[in-house]
Ligand binder design. Sequence first.
Ligand code: UD2
Ligand code: MN
Length: 621
Amino acid sequence: GMRRTVKFIKQKMKLPVRKCYHAAKAGFFVILVVTILTLFEHWRGGKRAARAMTSGLDSEAAYEKAILEDEARIIPGLGEGGVAAHLTGEAQRLGEESEKQLAINVYLSDRIAYNRTLQDHRHPACKRVVYDAELPSASVILIFHNEPYSVVLRTVWSVVNSARRDNPWFRRANYVERGTGRTMTLGYPGQDPNSPFVYLKEIILVDDNSTLPELKGKLSHYVKTRLPPDLIRIIRLPDRRGLMLARVAGARAARGAVLLFLDAHCEAGADWLRPLLARVARKRDAVLTPLIDVLDQTSFRLDAPQHFQVGGFTFMGHFTWIDVPEREKKRRGSDIAPTWSPTMAGGLFAINRAYYWEIGAYDEQMAGWGGENLEMSFRVWQCGGTLETVPCSRVGHVFRSFHPYGLPAHSDTHGINTARMADVWMDEYAELFYLHRPDLRESPKVGDVTHRRVLREKLQCKSFQWYLDNVYPEKFVPVRDVFGYGRFVNNASGLCLDTLQRDAEASPLGVYGCHKRLEATQYLALSLRGELRDEEKCAEVQYTRTKAGDVDGDESRRVLMVTCHGKLHEQNWRYLPSGQLQHVESGLCLRTTGVSGSDATVARCRSSPLQLWTIDYSERN
Ligand code: UD2
Ligand code: MN
């Protein structure tokens, strides 16, 4: 080594031997330092890589490890069939904590098998229906923003499993076609008959720009390694767009004949696909919803009652559940037949893909959450389609007590979206919405709706009046089915009847200074059938009679606002020529003490101005 190097330097540089020694030493020293530094860097890099692996940031191996850990956490049999799942002790406490934060017991969800099965709650007659073997193909679209990882995966698994060819319920569909003698195979036209899945073309997950890390690489890795290949796609939106645009993005990517939207916290029931596909195959412009069963946010118990409801709405712009109207029970013919529904909840529905675009997809200027469900409901009915609930298709959904995700800053998306809907579809009835939201009347926040009005024009859609008269005749319309409506002004005090913003069931009706403009809390009506009411609640007097038949202790009885039952009885009132409002069954009259903010009461009728009322708009005034 050293000697040869010295010799080399001596030859090349023609230096004296001693100087050559110094040069060689210096050279070796430099090389040594560089080598040490390089090794050190290498070692640090290795450390960094190892850290990255254990923290699960960007390595497949790390995702795999994390998923194996998740799988080890699952408690076999927990919540199986859809029964309530419970944990005890510390686990129970952690569960409650997660529920407080996320409105879903995520700690528990993480421990229930992702592919648990649910009991079959369908009406027995559904199991006897024979569907066509060939049906249109479905693209199931799941949208999510920061939904719990295990809950999303359970949704996906339930859809995958329900479409497996070897499900017992598919056996009935194989049949020999009359005439041709051809054996029909389960699936959709053009599908490979050897595919283990039927009717399901694809599942599209649309990630509305979630920020939870486990919904990124780990979710993709799970899908790649644990779920069937070529069936599931994930679309990642580059920014948060809200649920309407997320669904539109999914629809754009879809290739199936039928779009089937679900929230990302659902579990599909037995044979839920075919009843929807069969109906849409027969009626192209039918928009269909499954029965939505309730998955309990605390225990993941599936609540699937035999009796089901359809969709209604309030003029405040909210979706409500209503009983199937009697006329509809007659029309549909059978308990398991598709049932007309005036509105839909919005999250779970099937629609022919081409029809979805023709009818106007969504108002793409709606953002965040809320309002799109009533918009689509009114649009479908007014523009010639039908909205139907298909009782043989059942899907569980976790109804959360609050929204765990934040909505885009400073936005009242539900209000703004609903104003957009009202401006386009409700004609003069939009006024009934603005009564609740005077701040949004002509507000620049609502934006321009011209393109949607053009759509309405182009599709030659019918009026909202037509919708009320034909689709939802039982809806109480506070300007239509009434003897008088508006403010009820007390002659003595000048105060108005007022619900005092007490929203709870059976809250007392009160009086308050009259507003100049008609406002929601003072908008009451005396209906033609004889109810003193607002949109949903009726004034009710509870009383008993003495043995002699008199009303027991008839002074100062409060008047409670209770959900209208339509049977009159204790909810029955009449407006006397004197200007008194008399509760028919007890014979008592409505009065006030004249103090603003106090409860209204009923008492024996006497001629006192404290018992006299003037109604803004009535046939009497
Ligand atoms: C109901 C509907 C919901 C939607 C909403 C009105 C059902 C069962 N649910 O409320 O689908 O029609 O009414 O707008 O009919 N999401 C995003 N981006 C967002 C916000 C939400 O992707 O910015 C996702 C969310 O992760 C979920 C879906 O949209 O998968 C619906 O949201 P939700 O479950 O909070 O709405 P929900 O069920 O209270
Ligand atoms: Mn939901």
